[in-house]
Design a protein. Sequence first.
Length: 71
Amino acid sequence: MGTIFAADTKYYNLVSIFVQEDIYGDIDNEIEQYAKNIQNTLENTKTIIIPTDSEEHPFNIASVNEKLYFE
């Protein structure tokens, strides 16, 4: 009988970039390049861009970050 090993799971650091959705369409290329630069500079890092309403309550933004952290 063969030996079974747990999968080698790789973990990443996560950088979330919140951008006002009403201006995101005008600067999406720059934001996406910025996200790529972060990933290329910081080892084992993934970026996520989150367009957000300009009136979004800071608690909701913090809740999104918390959810991302625990997933």
